[in-house]
Ligand binder design. Structure first.
Ligand SMILES: *Cc1c(COP(=O)(O)O)cnc(C)c1O
Length: 457
């Protein structure tokens, strides 16, 4: 093992070391994730069933449980070079502040204008749409990170983009909206009067400020009723985890350069894409019986899919138009309280991570938002980066693990994913700074209501 002194603050790979293939962890899973099924017939969705909604090449990736490596097309490799490789940073200053013997590293994905890891998949989904000769894409966005990333990707490739943005975010985050418009996307507050489902929801719930589920339903409707358009999703799906494996492959390459072997790998989990990507090569080793790591998903106590949900087939959207996925879920009509980590407010979880969690390959913890912002503040003051509230869930858990090491004197190596920056989340920081932030945790009764309403499969 190399001496600590030789390890730089930032471990950068060379441009030539950016992965040229994505890794598909499903290839090494004995128990494959359950297939998407048709909500009407309960039959697994095949290639032809998914074609009206998704791009052909992406459907192939979605359905492929066996191919371990997929070549990254040259044009995507070139795009990745604009902001990758992302640094793996040794958190020396945080370690010192904590006075812990633990060694802490974070993989920082916030170094691009969209401010998060979501660009890693956005460019891929836009690329395959372009290859297929499509005119444009539709999507939904809640907090706005996904919409921003996709609008950058569509601008780069000359594709049209229609974003349905949850109305409450549209109004509360006008700056996010303007970033998307600057990249050329049209941004519509959802529910809108532009779709049948939007009109219906507006009629049934006058004055509603919308939800992610409703925005998904609108985006799918526009994609399926306009020729040359398809719908894309920024998390949860197998294909998204595949694209995000670039995070984990780079992390592993950087660690290998210095002979560093992590004891635990930590990431926040909303739909599971950054965590799934970060852990993929490490999970592969674990699944093949080559190495062992602790792998920890961190979720908000206000939306605890892993820690308090059930593993069952459920709708991916509240509008119930999408296929059913088997996942840890709180029920598709569960509406989490207004916590500030918008990217983690999803009722379900990636089917891949769900299967791995069910099989005991990973752990999960839930954390409350005031403690998350305390961790964010400590991180900002020591490491200098203003973290996204979502990412700060991982910071919380990493600090907690480092403090356990302080008690036991163990020099554990912790790697966590720092998914993005928090410049558009300053209203949340303001609440925290003013002492007005509260913790909103659903009661068992709240959860029972939506879990009891799961589709019977
Ligand atoms: C969207 C988002 C997340 C959560 O999404 P996953 O699919 O679970 O990774 C986490 N952090 C940031 C900054 C995000 O934008």
């Amino acid at each position: 093992m190399s001496s600590d002194k030789k390890i730089p603050y930032k471990i950068y790979l060379n441009e030539s070391e950016i992965p040229k293939q994505w890794y598909n962890v499903r290839a090494d899973m004995k128990n494959k994730p359950a297939p998407l099924i048709n909500p009407g017939t309960h039959e697994p969705m095949g290639f032809d069933d998914l074609r009206p909604v998704f791009c052909d090449e992406l459907i192939k990736q979605e359905l492929d449980n066996d191919t371990a490596f997929f070549d990254i097309p040259q044009e995507i490799q070139d795009f990745y070079k604009m902001y990758r490789p992302s640094p793996l940073v040794r958190a020396y200053c945080l370690e010192k502040a904590l006075d812990t013997p633990a060694k802490i590293y974070y993989k920082f994905e916030g170094n691009n204008t969209s401010g998060s890891h979501k660009l890693n998949s956005a460019i891929v989904q836009a690329y395959y749409a372009k290859q297929q000769g499509l005119k444009g894409l539709t999507t939904e966005t809640g907090a706005g990170q996904w919409g921003t990333a996709l609008s950058m990707a569509c601008a780069y490739l000359g594709l049209d983009l229609k974003v349905f943005m949850v109305k409450v975010s549209y109004e509360q985050k006008p700056f996010r909206r303007e970033v998307m418009r600057t990249y050329g996307a049209s941004v519509t507050p959802s529910p809108s009067m532009e779709t049948e489902i939007g009109k219906k929801i507006n009629a049934e719930h006058p004055g509603t400020t919308g939800s992610l589920g409703c925005a998904i339903s609108e985006a799918v409707e526009v994609a399926t009723t306009n020729e040359g358009y398809r719908y894309v999703l920024g998390s949860v799906l197998n294909q998204v985890l595949l694209h995000q494996s670039v995070i984990g492959l780079e992390t592993k390459a950087a660690l290998d350069k210095y002979g560093i072997v992590p004891d635990m790998i930590i990431g926040c989990a909303g739909g599971g894409s950054n965590l799934g990507g970060l852990i993929s090569p490490f999970m592969g080793e674990k699944l093949r019986g080559e190495k062992d790591y602790r792998i920890i998903a961190v979720e908000p106590a206000s939306c605890p899919s892993f820690t308090r949900g059930v593993y069952a087939y459920d709708f991916c959207d509240t509008g119930m138009v999408c296929p059913l996925a088997k996942m840890y879920t709180l029920g598709s009509n569960f509406i989490p309280s207004a916590n500030h980590a918008g990217g983690l407010r999803y009722h379900g979880m990636s089917p891949i991570l769900s299967q791995l969690y069910a099989d005991g390959y990973m752990e999960a913890v839930s954390v409350e938002q005031t403690s998350v912002f305390a961790a964010a503040e400590q991180f900002a003051r020591t490491e200098g980066i203003l973290p996204a509230p979502e990412s700060s869930h991982a910071i919380r858990a990493a600090i907690d693990e480092a403090m356990k090491c302080k008690e036991t004197g163990e020099e554990k190596t912790i790697v966590f994913g720092l998914t993005g920056t928090g410049y558009f989340d300053l209203v949340a920081y303001q609440k925290y700074n003013d002492g007005e932030m509260t913790d909103l945790i659903p009661t068992d009764e709240d959860l029972k209501k939506s879990i009891d309403a799961l589709p019977k499969v």
